[in-house]
Design a protein around this ligand. Sequence first.
Ligand code: F6P
Length: 325
Amino acid sequence: MTPMTTLTEHLKTQKTPESLIGLISNITATCHDIAKLLHHGPMNDILGLAGAENVQGEDQKKLDVISNDMLKESLAGSGLVRGIASEEEENCVGCSDVGEYLVLFDPLDGSSNIDINSLVGTIFSVYRADENGRVEDRNFLRPGHEQVAAGYVLYGPSVILTLTTGHGTQMYMLDQNKGIFMLYNAKVQIPKATKEFAINASNQRHWAKPMQNYIADLLAGETGPRQKNFNMRWVAAMVGDVHRILCRGGIFTYPWDKKDPNKAGKLRLMYEANPMGFLVEQAGGKAFTDTMRILDIEPEHIHQRVPVILGSADEVDICIGYHTA
Ligand code: F6P
């Protein structure tokens, strides 16, 4: 049997700087600890609500808070990180004044799935720190195309790391006994065409007209304008839906809707759309809002929300076509 390549070995073949390898190892080691907690979920008394709301006004689960604290502490102690921004923190948190990187994360995406033992994940995004000294929120407001690494760890039947450092997208599986991530897909490639879509259809009446028309045409199947039948899937955790798309193609959208006029979409630019956009583009897919490439958005604040349309390149083009017609 050919020996498998470890995460660290593979990053070295890509000439990844030592400091970035150290940072990614730090994040993935913490994710391994989060995976262990999830594995013993009900026995660890970690399920249910924490009894507070996060900065987004959403109920925090105990595990949201625990995983946020675990990542924050290990990154702060690494000496590699200038500061972190998290979906669960109101403002950025300074770490080391000489740290080389800024890290943004959603510690537990899809947390409504925790209590039903379904898919959840940790999403992260890494930038080089640009100025010396203590960080402020404004230091994080950089477009997604400046990310130097992005990834997620999916806590499912297997624990999977999907990662890009700008040299394609790779998938690694956690060897639970050794605590090491092993490479199993060195070149993730999203098929250009698809017959599968993911959207929370219960919001249909709130969508803008172009999205209503697009989905109506998919649902019309082979007798409609698209002349083929589509299948629908919805995990209710972006990390699960994006993982499926990276594995077998598809289109995922959480579009603009008029449910809450203060929100341009549900998903967060800095913790979800940007890292997933980077992974998807590096795998040959596309990631757009309804008007522009996600990675070109100049962020206005760290908790900004954006509409998201990503996945198989041809299908994203078709969907965007409805919005620009
Ligand atoms: O971050 C929020 C999130 O949980 C995503 O992971 C997921 O795609 C979406 O919300 C699910 O939304 P809804 O509750 O509308 O299905």
